[in-house]
Design a protein around this ligand. Sequence first.
Ligand code: NAD
Length: 541
Amino acid sequence: MGKGFFQVPTAINEPVKSYAPGSPERAAVIAQYEAYFNGNVDVPMYIGSETVTTGNTNNMTPPHDHQHVVGTYHLAEKKHVTQAIEAALEARKKWAQLTWEQRAAIFLKAAELIAGPYRAKINAATMIAQSKTVHQAEIDAACELIDFLRFNVEFMSQIYEEQPDSAEGIWNRVEYRPLEGFVYAITPFNFTAIAGNLPASAAMMGNTVVWKPSDSQIFSAKVIVDVFKEAGVPDGVINVVYGDPVMITDTILASPDFAGVHFTGSTYVFKELWKKIGNNIHTYKTYPKIVGETGGKDFIIAHPSANAKQVATGISRGAFEFQGQKCSAASRVYLPKSIANEVLEYVKEDIASFKMGSPADLSNFITAVIHEGSFDKLAKYIDQAKADADAEVIAGGNYDKSKGYFVEPTVILTTNPKYTTMETELFGPVVTVYVYEDADWSETLQLVDGTSEYALTGAVFSGDRYAIDEATKALENCAGNFYINDKPTGAVVGQQPFGGARASGTNDKAGSAQNLLRWVSPRLIKETFVTPTDYRYPFLG
Ligand code: NAD
């Protein structure tokens, strides 16, 4: 604490810009997209005060135009990872002692830089790296990251305010110390906001970080680094390395100073990480904090009382925006027989109206999936559904990777509620629908609960309050974020803290005080003003 009880600015959600024809933001983002697309950036690693190049590089290519190179990035050797750990530990000496309002000011400044001079850059980079439409880039890279930074500053000040009572003659105080050691942030490809938030939230609480972004997101991660540098994040506080995830992870997890991992990505990778941390547990100076948000098999269930058009819109937006590559994307749908045909006709009409192509053409609603591995996996499941007797492709079903990794939004109809695509996370624009008898509503709720290992998001559509109440209770444990008469995607920081349970993660709710609490280790200080001088209590006579 400095010399005052400072109040942080009240956090408000960043308004989403429209990018409508003629708007200044549209012109700015198109110009920036062109500049990046026709440029050739060489992205170094950032270790302490150094920008490190190794000469061992990978190309960065947009998923919608995979032969077009927009730059290169440098791959770490083991020694660079060790240097990053050392840089983090060195920087910790000053960073952990810096007063909180100075840390807050840095991240509030980062939010304003993204809202202003870096908005077009971070959005254009996200359109190129992850093939997001301009709207998807705006709600992620600009607005959600700004919200994470602003709201986390507010949550941090609320945490610091939380203090114990003090009985007469003593004063109890709690200091929210950063973890003793360094934090490892591992981020996924699909959200630029998550990539920025995972290292920043730990750093905001006074920790220093080694950050490994996804190979598929490095082009937009570079803009995050530029923002953090301009905002004044000191050298060594967030160190950035790229390359072989196993080598990097094994090197980091072997360090006695490893104090926590902030992970978002797939379930298998997280479980393997947990296992490795367990195997190394005798190495560490402290019990590492393990925070992971992972996969999902998110559902929509409609009750016979639901409005068919609303359900269809929930599916069209919830399953297909950003090509279904949101962890929250609807991928299994349960429709009652009485409205199923109507809903599916509306969905087919929507799909027929979607335009697919490069995000540079702002009239496209669907662009490419992230990489060839994802494309091939999706193609395999679609082909399987075409061949299987208990499944039928009723919309989409085509794919083409000649120029970009394009997969048509696809609807699979199955007669088997445990069909493989009702259970497996595909992470693409493929949704599977199961039609149930209206009379089987209650049994179908049990089916929803018991079908997947995940518990991330889910939605119920109904006009009947008793049915909504029944679904809310029956589905209590199968979604960390549960939606009533709304699509299961689009959580907003400060309004719908996000995270799931079961195999979907540790549910530490990104964008909430609960998450920030994982990055501190409180120290209680009790001070007694008149200290006893005789051990004898009165009862001793
Ligand atoms: P991914 O698991 O392939 O990669 C995530 C990160 O882990 C990347 O940085 C990757 O390089 C790294 N990694 C890969 N193998 C590793 C290993 N063996 N050891 C250590 N690190 C390793 O995930 P992705 O494809 O980037 O992202 C999609 C996944 O993330 C989906 O499963 C999605 O549901 C999930 N996700 C979840 C949330 C959530 O909040 N629950 C949010 C976004 C994404």
